[in-house]
Design a protein around this ligand. Structure first.
Ligand code: HEM
Length: 501
């Protein structure tokens, strides 16, 4: 057997590999994208609770799909200290055998961040971000989300025939994608230019449409610029509070910037998928729709139901074995990947016994992950706030919204990580006044950035996140300037700048 040229992350020779499984099942393709739940179910019936899979045609991105809830928990909680989230333990990645141009490669790359760390290092890298998020004033942030959601909904009426009785929009591109990004970049304290640049780079990176290395560097430099700016001029925002909680300099500026981008990237992706999946369920599940309409079921409960049936993050790619072990009857080599399939909970017979009503209130699902790398509590709160507020604004303002195509006609992205349709076309009757939110003509949004037409709602009197941190970290900031800089000019047409897919 050939000796590996690379060493493990702890500087040892990789142990000899035992032969892999005889059969590897495809975890890609149109059937998987269209209906991953039947796909998981089939795999479970034909193979079992753990399935050797390949994520692309060449069989070079391989792993073990973990469908069974109990096995998932075992890996995520990792009491035996076998599994890590550090991709340097992915032997095929270390040995350079993965296809370099695959969109997933950017997400598999090691980054010095909490996501790729374990133990004390993980706790240190998580500290400032979690403490800063816990400072969030949920009432103020709720107002911000509501305001941005209303601006996006207003923008639905800008284009198209003003005489048409029905309005049709792609709710993914015009609402579910921009809303979380606008909220998160605003909370981070970015100005409009930084937010736009970050959104574009993030989108390019996650859709694999630009060189992974190029977009990684672009994002890293944008975030570094933001952290440096907030160090000089702290304001009422997340990044300034992260700097405040890092006064002992436990984290370098690069580590802080990494955590800012991580929060924006994870928060945006999951919130977008959760908005789409819940909206789709509300439009196609008659009983759920009626129950929400009759206030027998809250929006939160509808969202919880979707965590069971169509988890926003479908698969965790991945966890890597740091030593040989057994999983679902397969011999696992050190450096092999496990893919924890949160989405497969919907196909797990044990989980299926959770009926519609129970799924609304039972939050024992794993859609937030679990263990060290599970979604941190304040981040969950923020994600739920963005999604709930956005959905409630849609529900209240456009109560007759319906899917514009049959559900079966929707096309889906490969649900390797998040699961969203490629477009979610909806239609609704044009409200009698285009601005049912009580807005007057002068508040309408213009169709694009314009120096002369500042189409702004009246400025909120509050800062978006919370108060600014005490000004010990900034010798150079001028009083009052930070709060002004942290406050963005109002989005003139938030949907207009979102890159088209
Ligand atoms: C909106 C719904 C959200 C869902 C469903 C969700 C789900 C998840 C899941 C499944 C993980 C585990 C990843 C893994 O184990 O590999 C995770 C981790 C994480 N999430 Fe969330 N998330 C959401 C919102 C957010 C938001 C709004 C933020 C930040 C503002 C955020 C920040 C994070 C961070 C930083 C981690 C990594 C934790 C660590 O490795 O220690 N999430 N999230």
């Amino acid at each position: 057997m050939a000796t590996s040229l690379t060493l493990t992350p702890v500087g040892e020779q990789w142990p000899e590999r035992t032969p892999g499984p005889e059969h590897i099942y495809p975890l890609h393709g149109p059937d998987f994208a269209r209906d991953p739940f039947s796909y998981y179910d089939n795999l479970r019936r034909h193979v079992g609770a753990v399935v050797p899979v390949s994520l692309e045609e060449t069989h070079r991105i391989r792993g073990y799909l973990v469908i069974d809830h109990a096995a998932q928990l075992e890996i995520l909680r990792d009491q035996q200290q076998i599994w890590t989230r550090d991709p340097r333990w992915y032997r095929d990645l270390a040995e350079g055998v993965l296809p370099a141009d695959h969109p997933l490669i950017a997400q598999l790359a090691y980054r010095r961040s909490r996501l790729c760390s374990e133990g004390a290092e993980h706790d240190t890298l998580s500290g400032p971000g979690n403490k800063a998020l816990a400072r969030m004033d949920t009432l103020r942030v709720g107002d911000l989300v509501e305001e941005l959601a209303d601006q996006l909904i207003d923008s639905f009426f800008q284009d198209g025939d003003p005489e048409a009785e029905t309005v049709e929009v792609d709710i993914l591109r015009q609402f579910a994608l921009p809303l979380p990004l606008l909220v998160l970049t605003r909370l981070a304290g970015m100005d409009e230019r930084e937010a736009l640049a970050s959104g574009t780079a993030l989108h390019a990176m996650l859709s694999g449409s630009a060189g992974p290395q190029h977009t990684r560097e672009e994002l890293a430099s944008l975030m570094a610029g933001l952290v440096e700016h907030k160090r000089k001029e702290p304001g009422p925002d997340l990044v300034s509070w992260m700097l405040h909680h890092n006064q002992d300099d436990a984290l370098t500026p690069a580590e802080l910037s990494e955590d800012v981008w991580l929060q924006i990237a994870v928060g945006r992706g999951a919130s977008t998928a959760w908005i789409c999946n819940t909206l789709l369920e509300l439009m196609t599940n008659e009983r759920l729709n009626e129950d929400v309409a009759a206030a027998r079921c809250s929006m939160d409960q509808a969202m919880n139901h979707v965590m069971w049936t169509d988890a926003p993050i479908q698969n965790l790619i991945g966890r890597w074995a740091t030593r040989p072990t057994w999983l679902g009857g397969f011999r696992i080599n050190a450096g092999d990947m496990a893919i924890v399939s949160l989405g497969a909970a919907a196909a797990d017979p044990a989980m299926r016994s959770v009926g519609l009503d129970t799924s609304r209130t039972n939050n024992a699902h794993l859609a937030w992950g679990s263990g060290t790398h599970g979604c941190p509590a304040p981040a969950r709160e923020l994600g739920a706030l963005i999604v709930r507020t956005g959905l409630e604004r849609l529900w209240d303002r456009l109560p007759d919204m319906e899917l514009a195509v049959p559900r079966e006609a929707l096309e889906w992205s490969q649900p390797h990580v998040a699961r969203t349709p490629l477009a979610l076309p909806v239609r609704f009757p044009r409200p009698s006044a285009d601005l049912p939110n009580g807005a007057s003509e002068e508040w309408t949004l213009t169709s694009g950035p314009s120096e002369t037409a500042p189409a702004a709602r009246p400025e909120q009197q509050h800062s978006p996140f919370t108060t600014p941190p005490p000004r010990t970290a900034s010798p150079t900031g001028k009083d009052g300037s930070a709060a002004q800089r942290g406050k963005l000019p109002l989005w003139r047409s938030p949907a207009a700048w979102w890159p088209k897919r």
